[in-house]
Each structure stands twice: as C-alpha cells, then as structure tokens.
Design a protein around this ligand. Sequence first.
Ligand code: MD3
Ligand code: FE
Length: 215
Amino acid sequence: MNADLFGHDSLPARELLAPGVVLLRGFALADEAALARALAEIMLQAPLRHMVTPGGFTMSVAMTNCGDLGWVSDRHGYRYDAIDPDSGRPWPALPELLRTLAVTAATEAGFAGFRPDACLLNCYRPGARMTLHQDRNERDFEQPIVSVSLGLPATFLLGGMTRGERSARVPLQHGDVLVWGGPARLRFHGVLALKPGRHPLFGEQRINLTFRCAD
Ligand code: MD3
Ligand code: FE
C-alpha cells in the first residue's frame, strides 16, 4: 500500500476554511520539479530582494515577481509596476505552467474566469514573517487570489475583516494551494515566523507564489 505517499492523504482534497477560502492540499505536488526549475529561471532574471515599506522598515521576506505586473514597495508606497525597479526592465513573463496551475486551482475552488496578470514570489528564510495585512492594491476585488506554498511548512494566519478580530492558524505544507475570493478577498492575513528546517527540493526556505489580477 502507498497510503501515505503524499503525507496528507487522510485530509479531504478541497477544504472550505471560511466563506470564500478554499484549501487544495497537495494540489501543486505533481508539478514540484517543473515549478522549481521555472522559479530558479525567474530569480536569475529578477533576483530576490528585500523591499522597504512606506514606513521605512525592510521586509524580512525577500521578493520578486513575474507576469505583466509586479508588486513593489518603497518609501513612496505599495503599487503594481510593469518594470522591475532594480533592473529597469519588464518582469520575467509568467510561465505557462504557472498560469495553468493558478487558473486550474481557481476553477477547482469555484472561481471560473481567473485572469492572473501578476505573480509575486515571496521567499521566507528562518525567522522571516509577514504581519497581518490586507491585499487591496488590486483593481478588481471580484477576481480571487491564488497562493501556492513550496518548501518548508509555515503557519498561516487567517484573520477577519478588521485587524482586531482574532485570527485562525492554518498549517501550510509544501504543495498546498489556497484560493481566496468573494467574501474572503479583503480578509486580514499573515504568516508566522518560519521555523528552521530543510526541504529536499527547496532547501532551507519557503517560497510562496501569489497569483493576482492586478489590472
Ligand atoms: C487572504 N503572502 O504576498 S499567501 C502576500 O504566504 C501574502 O507569502 C502570504 O499575504 C504568504 O500578500 C500569504 C495567502 C493569501 C494571499 C492573499 C490574500 C491570503 C489572502 C488576500 C486576501 C485574503
Ligand atoms: Fe497578502
């Protein structure tokens, strides 16, 4: 028997965590090797960097982008830009494999018609975290966000519609895909500090991809 081949086969394939929040456990596993190659290529063209917040803090998560638009932060604020400010060139194109993965996951979660034009790569080393925030720099909140977790596991914080509400903790593993849409689109969320460890394919880090329709 290969009952535990994927490590979490006792869990349902599609889990509704809250209205509009769908967890597809292991959805990206079949593509892990191709994803690793595609991401390495993107990071060569647009290296990871620690962006600065408008408040002057350097983020602990290292980031880069691919797709028509990339999410950037600096002293002036947060925005989407077609140009990588570090190179002056457009962001690397969104590989077809990534687009297909995101659109398939969105459809599977009940959000047909997803048109991703931006993919943010978040790289967490041990200790890196993301404090509670909302994603509201995108134009159309009717479009969902698809997030793919790769490498080391992390604890995701699922907050409410206001910062003050208590958040639920959701463990995320390599290959898990989360889809946020409809009533969940503007929920507060974050990631607890990454614990040290080593993943066989991605090493001592967690990489999270978030696919958005920014424009
Ligand atoms: C819930 N990234 O890049 S992805 C981000 O794991 C971000 O790197 C986290 O939050 C990470 O902005 C979480 C899951 C996620 C992404 C977007 C959301 C959850 C969301 C938008 C609305 C509600
Ligand atoms: Fe976010």
